[in-house]
Design a protein around this ligand. Sequence first.
Ligand SMILES: Nc1ncnc2c1ncn2[C@@H]1O[C@H](COP(=O)(O)OP(=O)(O)OP(=O)(O)O)[C@@H](O)[C@H]1O
Ligand SMILES: [Mg+2]
Length: 239
Amino acid sequence: MSDALLSVSGLSVNYGHIEAVRDIDLSLQAGRVTTLVGANGAGKSTTLLALSGLIPKAAGRVMFDGHDVTALPPHKLVAAGVVQVAEGRATLTTLTVRENLELGAYTRRDGAAARASDLERMFALFPRLKERENGLAGNLSGGEQQMLAIGRALMARPRVLLLDEPSMGLAPIVVQGIFRTLREINAQGLTIFLVEQNVRQALKIAEQAYVLENGRVVLHGRGRDLLDEPRVQEAYLGG
Ligand SMILES: Nc1ncnc2c1ncn2[C@@H]1O[C@H](COP(=O)(O)OP(=O)(O)OP(=O)(O)O)[C@@H](O)[C@H]1O
Ligand SMILES: [Mg+2]
């Protein structure tokens, strides 16, 4: 497809003799939310790690904005604009909220003024983080830490944002807030690739969705359409 910002073709990943991901094709349309959903152990994280260059691929190609980035090391992918949100608990707990956000911009070469204005944008997006600007990240709630992790990734000025189960371990009301935020940043034009076990929420916000089972893509379609798919309802939405 012509307007794919990032695409993965023929991706396979092995852990020793275990074939964790087998011959996957994915395409992320520019400006859209794409989701990869599936049960425990389906291979979702493995797919993300391989496309971010964090684990080796047994086979496959990754194209980003017309360039073959298959062999790029993770830091070069980040510099190119492919940025993964760290797991919520991976915020640097002994640094302040503000310091965590500032660290997100470390790969950027634009000026201090641009970074300062982005910091203000993060505080507008997450008022809760503004209130806690000078507090230690370690004292934040789980939901706030997830917001900080997203904010820190946004500070890198991504062109595509990758998230691995941002809803994990959070209360439903907090999950709603996270998904609302993802909608908001997508509405501002950011391309999002969301890996989720929260199949219902993910399919609701995703333009395109892929369902992964045992390392293979078994269904692909519009998120809203997959919500009505009997096979998806039975397997992931409680009938
Ligand atoms: N480091 C590893 N070494 C060996 N096997 C692994 C490793 N990481 C994952 N696996 C296996 O690879 C398969 C895919 O795991 P993966 O973590 O990608 O699934 P997932 O869809 O992200 O699951 P979850 O929803 O639990 O996060 C599973 O069978 C898992 O046990
Ligand atoms: Mg996972």
